[in-house]
Structure formats: C-alpha cells, structure tokens
Design a protein around this ligand. Structure first.
Ligand code: UDP
Ligand code: MG
Length: 300
C-alpha cells in the first residue's frame, strides 16, 4: 500500500519543518510507502525555500507551487490530482491535525473494505460564541435547503481510497466547496472524532468575513433553491396586495409609501440572488483554470 499526504501551504514557513518531522516520526517505522505532496498556494513568506530543502531529504516529496494564492480549495484539488497513492490524505501543514490520526484512518480502511473514506470531525470546538453560532446556523441552513448532506464539524482532514479521489478530481467546477463535493460523489464515509491541536506556527488564514463568503459559496454551489424565492414572494405580495387595495379604496387612505419600500426592497433582494448565480455562471463560462502551476518538482 502507498499513502499520499496532500498538504496545502499558504505562508507556513514556520510549520513545514515540524510537520515534516512529525510525519517522518509517525510513518517511519511502518511497512507502507508514503509520499508528501506539498502545494505552495502562492505564499509570500519563505515557505517555498523551506519546502525545497526537503527535496534532499529521505522522504519522497513533491512540491507544486502556484503562480499566486488561489485558496485552499484549489490547493487541495492540485494535490489530489498529483497524488498517486492508493490511499490519499488531506492534512493541514500547521499540525493542528496530527499525522498520528492518519494511522487510525488507514487501519479503518484496511479492516473494512466497504469504507471509502475516513473523515475526522472536531470532537470539541475551541472557538468563540459568535463563530459557533455562525457555524451551527450554516450547517442547519445548508442541510435544510440542499439535497447534499453536510456533517457539522467535519473537516477536510480525511483519507480516501483511490476510486473516491478519482471521482473528486473529475468535478471540474470553478467554485469549489469540498465538504459538498466529498458528500456529493457518494461512497461510504466513516467519521471519527479528533482533537484539534494548537497551530505550531503562524496564524489562521480565515477571518469571519472570509468564512461567511465561503459559506455562501457553499450554499450556492449545492442548491438553486434560492432562485425560487422571487417566485413565491411574488405570489405572496399579490395575495397581500388585494386586501390593501380594498382597504385603500374603502378608507381613502394611501398605503403607497409602505408598499413601495417593502416591495422595492424585496425586489432588490431577489435581483441580488439572481445576480449571485448569474455572476457564477459568467465566471464558470469563461472556463478559467482553478489554479495555475508555476513549478512542479519532486525527488522521486
Ligand atoms: N491554506 C492554503 N491556502 C489559503 C489558506 C490556507 O493553502 O488560501 C492552507 C494553510 O496553509 C493550512 C490549511 O490550508 O495548511 C488550513 O488553513 P488554516 O490553518 O489557516 O485554517 P484553520 O485551521 O484556521 O481553519
Ligand atoms: Mg489551521
């Protein structure tokens, strides 16, 4: 068996060396082959230089370097496309997800041929109340309005069997939302709890605003139901307007101002929803690549 570790890296100069050591320590004594596929996602610090030093080391390493920052989704896709292991793991560079958990994932795949993926979810979350509220609201909403299942707290930290990886890289959409893609392709996923460690170096790249935009992308990528909102609101307004008209005629009072604001505001919201999808069709229609590789090197 061969294992590929796919590691998206954006400004991780301080994390790479401890990560590499943790991986070597964890997998060194085992009887399977492994490789590390690092994807340098347009880092502006010394990440690429630190990565290139690993080429001289004993572990088979591939370094894919993007021409600029394309985001973690693009980095994961590039990594999966360039990994050739029978088992493929996506893991962060910052050691928040410890490689020892991967051993557990591998064992579960080994003993149960019916399982195609073992995914880790955070057993206890160490985040502020606003973030917890936002995340649980997001999972409730997306599960309510899409037909794809999104498991709350499940991370991108997972190990796949080869056939599932091949299916995932078949999905060529530009606006990628992996948690949806992993679920949409089907197969059997087992979820195991894990504890998130402290970041070994540097800081998180996700702000609240960035996460909020990502959440909207996720919803738009997996359901077109919001596009039906204008239709049903239109019906609702027609129904509401009838008694208003009758009341206005009967009492000679004008309800125009309130109606104009209400209907005007709603129409703009609906146009906004249409615009969101239209913009995405427009970008996807250009057929731009999800990422651009500047350099792809390996010591194999
Ligand atoms: N990452 C990336 N491109 C980005 C942002 C993040 O490749 O634009 C990588 C990052 O280097 C790390 C992983 O994705 O290995 C997770 O990012 P981070 O630790 O910032 O997220 P968090 O753990 O805080 O959710
Ligand atoms: Mg992290």
């Amino acid at each position: 068996m061969k294992l590929s570790l796919v590691v998206p890296c954006f400004n991780e100069e301080g994390s790479i060396a401890p990560f590499y050591k943790a991986v070597s320590d964890t997998f060194g004594g085992h009887d399977f082959d492994y490789e590390i596929v690092f994807v340098n996602d347009g880092s502006t610090d010394g990440t690429l230089q630190v990565l290139k030093k690993l080429i001289a080391g004993p572990v088979p390493v591939r370094i894919i370097s993007f021409s600029r920052n394309f985001g973690k989704e693009a980095a994961m896709l590039a990594g999966l496309e360039n990994a050739d292991g029978e088992y493929v793991t996506i893991i962060d560079a910052d050691l928040q997800q410890h490689p020892s958990v991967v051993l557990d994932m591998i064992e579960r795949l080994d003993v149960n041929p019916d399982i195609d993926c073992v995914a880790a979810y955070q057993s206890k979350r160490d985040e502020d109340a606003k973030m917890s509220f936002f995340k649980s609201g997001f999972y409730k909403t997306i599960n309510l309005i899409t037909d794809t299942e999104f498991v709350s707290g499940a991370s991108d930290f997972r190990t796949f069997r080869r056939p599932m990886v091949d299916s995932i890289v078949e999905m060529k959409e530009y606006f990628r939302f992996s948690k949806g893609i992993f679920s949409w392709v089907g197969f059997n996923t087992e979820y195991i709890p894990y504890t998130v460690n402290e970041r070994v170096s540097g800081k998180s790249k996700w702000s609240f605003v960035k996460l909020f935009k990502y959440a909207l992308d996720g919803i738009e990528a997996f359901t077109t139901r919001p596009l039906r909102i204008p239709f049903w609101l239109g019906i609702l307004f027609i129904i509401i307007s009838l008694p208003l008209f009758i009341a206005a005629l009967a009492t000679d009072r004008s309800v125009t101002a309130a109606v104009v604001y209400f209907v005007g505001g709603t129409v703009l919201v609906c146009l906004g929803i249409l615009g969101e999808y239209l913009a995405k069709i427009y970008i996807q229609g250009k057929n731009r690549p999800v990422y651009i590789i500047k350099e792809n090197i390996s010591n194999r």
